[in-house]
Design a protein around this ligand. Structure first.
Ligand code: MN
Length: 245
């Protein structure tokens, strides 16, 4: 099995190192990741400048672009053979509910999925890389368990509690929850006295009931959400057709 690995925290992040180490024994891996932290990059492509690919001493490739750039370049011109699976992460912190729309981790997997390749995004339930090796072991379990079992292509969003492997709850199929709106921006002054703004943290959980990703991770379970990309609101499409008839 050939696996393309990317992330949004950058090629030096502990999460992508742990993921590559866990998957190397079971697959032919290639790592193509951003040269710096591009968390929150969503599905962005860099169209205003050229991109370059360099290789680090450990064999990882790094790109001066977004997570989506990395997977796009790998699939459209860099890799000689098409991968069987694209994986992304393991992200520093959760990507649940609305996070999935902003996430570069999910975006890297999405880019593989849009090219018809099964893809999985992995994130840890908390920030700080605690028990990252346990999370990587869970990621490998999931790759081994799902790679052949699901109808292809699939796009899975996985959030792994920050626990030891022994204490890890079971894999749990979930739907995305919802957050409250994001916290307000943080206002400050630059050294010249001009007002500047830092984007604030995401909102707290709003829909975090049973069956959601938030609920599963809070219970110490590994949340696995199958995603789709069609954003069409079917009910409103019917209303719109009626209104415009
Ligand atoms: Mn990130």
């Amino acid at each position: 099995m050939r696996i393309l690995i990317s992330n949004d925290d950058g090629y030096l992040a502990p999460g992508i190192n742990a993921l590559a180490e866990a998957l190397a024994p079971i697959a032919d891996i290639t790592v193509v990741a951003p040269d710096s932290n591009r968390s929150g990059a969503s599905n962005s492509l860099s169209l205003d400048r050229p991109l370059s690919v360099q290789q680090a001493a450990n064999g990882f490739y790094f790109v001066n672009g977004t997570p989506t750039d990395c997977v796009h370049i790998a699939l459209t011109g860099m890799l000689v053979e098409r991968p069987d699976l694209v994986v992304s992460g393991i992200n520093n912190g959760p990507n649940m509910g609305d996070d999935t729309l902003y996430s570069g981790t999910v975006a890297a997997a999405t880019e593989g999925y849009l090219f018809g390749i099964p893809a999985i995004a992995f994130s840890q339930g908390e920030y700080g890389w605690g028990n990252i090796d346990a999370a990587a072991r869970v990621a490998r379990d999931i790759v081994q368990r799902y790679a052949e079992a699901l109808e292809k292509p699939y796009l899975l969003n996985v959030n792994i509690p920050t626990r030891t492997y022994e204490e890890m709850g079971p894999l749990t199929p979930t739907r995305l929850g919802r957050r409250h709106q994001a916290e307000p921006v943080i206002k400050a002054r630059d050294p010249r006295g001009r007002e500047i703004f830092w984007i604030g943290p995401p909102g707290a959980c709003k829909d975090a009931g049973e069956g959601t990703d938030f609920h599963a991770v809070q219970q110490g379970r590994v949340s696995v959400t199958p995603l789709q990309i069609d954003l069409t609101h079917r009910d409103q499409l019917a209303q719109l057709k009626k209104a415009l008839a």
